[in-house]
Ligand binder design. Sequence first.
Ligand code: ZN
Length: 163
Amino acid sequence: MRSITEKQLRSCFVNASLRERNALTLPDGFDDLRWDDLDYLGWRDRKSPQLGYVVVDLDDGPVGIMLRRSDGAARTRPQCAWCEDVHLPNEVLFFSAKRAGQAGRNGNTVGTLVCAQFECSANVRKRPPVAYVGFDVEAARRARIETLRENVRNFAATVMKEG
Ligand SMILES: [Zn+2]
């Protein structure tokens, strides 16, 4: 994704109040992030761990979404809805995001299962296991990156959808 400044970050949230945007804690190492290796920026708030933030790089610019961890317990071993990794090295948690605008003020939310610390970008860049002789590992990796980007863009679109 394209890099953003702290100012852009704090102003791009579509479902957080001014107070929430000012209060959010930046991700660790924000000044040294390797943006090229990120399909989206996601982190948990160090001071309020029940909160998570995601910034998605859309065509019109970055869009930030505040998420809240909720107790929608998973029935089976959960899979992250974004990176769809079946060999997950990390925990997957249920988060819900308030919808943007009036829908959100009416209490409307969108829920999703996501890697607990938003590790998706790292997960899809791991070398996939070779499925068969002649398996194109690099193509598989690119496809997983593209799927992740698509899933995150779709989530952002759902949060922003009117009504
Ligand atoms: Zn994931």
